[in-house]
Design a protein around this ligand. Structure first.
Ligand code: SAH
Ligand code: SF4
Length: 360
């Protein structure tokens, strides 16, 4: 197996079959070779650097009903909130003052004129307070191309929109099959984001009920086909107040899900050498050092949570979300981690994806 494996790892381009072979090593000691290769590629291509994005969960009001998500519209147990501009600006100021380099505004999906304008106003205000220096990523779901363009003009330059699963059958087992949740619309939105000029991020959940290695390999190949600049992918974590919870018994155990997520990150680093890969918060709900492990596996972006603490318990996308970790504490923890002794956390740097720089 080892010879065959070394052949695969040294190929200039992996096929889907290769990717399946690598992901299937989850239970084998040979997977150490995959992690070694990913570490080597990362060091050579983008260096052992970690870039920061301060994350603000702007609002848990959402028009959608994704079957996996705790803040889906039909969950009546959620106290809905929306930050005001002043609250967001305080978080942005914190990010700016602490040298985070960039900022992510994430929200439930809404499309009203009022919402679109509020986000636009916030973008302009963040640019103003940071003298244009704080980079801004948005993650506010599917919008029209006009809205994407408007927000881009207001100052956003990166956008995260996961496709969640590349397999349309699986997509419709985790989303209602209706007008609001069309796989085709998600693909169109990703196309529009690229046309507008954003650095585009996408990704999927790992360990979904009914997902197999071939689905995961297809997800990775789709990221490559879309020529994506950044990836946010993380383990699926069940939430008791969601329809997908009924399949809890079919899930792989949490420790295996963490291993699978880490291996998938390493394989992605081998497949797409110069992209940005974020460490999903969901990793930390599987293990307290999940995000550190993800960095070792090949990720290079850390998104410490800056949402005001009083709102965080209302943004439970999944159970067991580590909502009390303070942004600066997390950074200090990683700075002092012996596991990450060879890594530098970069301050005052947008940390743009090298892939994007080459693409444009
Ligand atoms: N509404 C926006 C952004 C907020 S949701 C959107 O959907 O794009 C951000 C991400 O949280 C989603 O892309 C989804 O992949 C992830 N998420 C939601 N529920 C989850 C769960 N139960 N386990 C893991 N990730 C989840
Ligand atoms: Fe809304 Fe995003 Fe959750 Fe779907 S995943 S219900 S769009 S917040």
């Amino acid at each position: 197996m080892q010879n065959n494996l070394n052949d695969i790892l040294n190929k200039p381009q992996l096929s889907k079959e290769d990717v399946v072979t690598l992901i299937s090593l989850r239970k084998s000691d040979d997977k150490a070779l995959v992690f070694e290769k990913a570490a080597e590629i990362r060091k050579e291509t983008i260096g052992n650097k970690i870039y920061l994005r301060g994350l603000v969960e702007y609002s848990n009001i959402c028009r959608k009903n994704c079957f996996y998500c705790g803040i889906r519209a039909s969950n009546t147990n959620v106290d809905r909130y929306e930050l005001n501009e002043e609250e967001v600006l305080m978080c942005a100021q914190h990010a700016y003052d602490h040298g985070y380099g960039s900022f992510v505004l994430q929200s439930g999906e809404r499309i009203s004129k009022n919402f679109v304008k509020k986000i636009g106003d916030i973008l302009k205000a963040i640019k103003k307070l940071s003298d244009g220096k704080l980079g801004i990523t948005l993650s506010c779901g599917e919008q029209t191309k006009e809205t994407y363009q408007y927000w881009y003009n207001c100052g956003a330059h990166r956008y995260l929109l996961r496709f969640e699963s590349s397999d349309s059958d699986l997509y419709y087992t985790i989303h209602p099959q209706d007008k609001l949740h069309q796989f085709g619309n998600r693909m169109l939105a990703l196309k529009h984001l690229k046309e507008v000029g954003y650095q585009v991020g996408s990704g999927m959940m790992i360990g979904l009920p009914g997902q197999n290695f071939i689905n995961l390999a297809d997800d990775l190949m789709l990221l490559q086909k879309l020529d994506i600049d950044m990836v946010g992918m993380g383990p699926y974590i069940e939430h008791a107040e969601t329809p997908l919870y009924q399949f809890k018994k079919n899930l792989i155990p949490k420790s295996d899900r963490l291993e699978l997520a880490l291996l998938t990150i390493a394989v992605l680093r081998i497949l797409m050498k110069d992209i940005n890969i974020a460490t999903a918060t969901a990793l930390d709900s599987l293990s307290s050092d999940g995000r550190e492990k993800a960095i070792k596996a090949g990720a290079n972006i850390l998104m410490p949570n800056l949402t005001p603490v009083s709102y965080r318990e209302n943004y439970f996308l999944y159970d067991n979300k580590p909502y009390l970790t303070e942004a600066d504490e997390l950074i200090e923890k990683l700075n002092n981690s012996p596991e990450l002794a060879d890594f530098d956390i970069c301050l005052n740097d947008w940390g743009d994806s090298k892939h994007f720089q080459k693409r444009v």
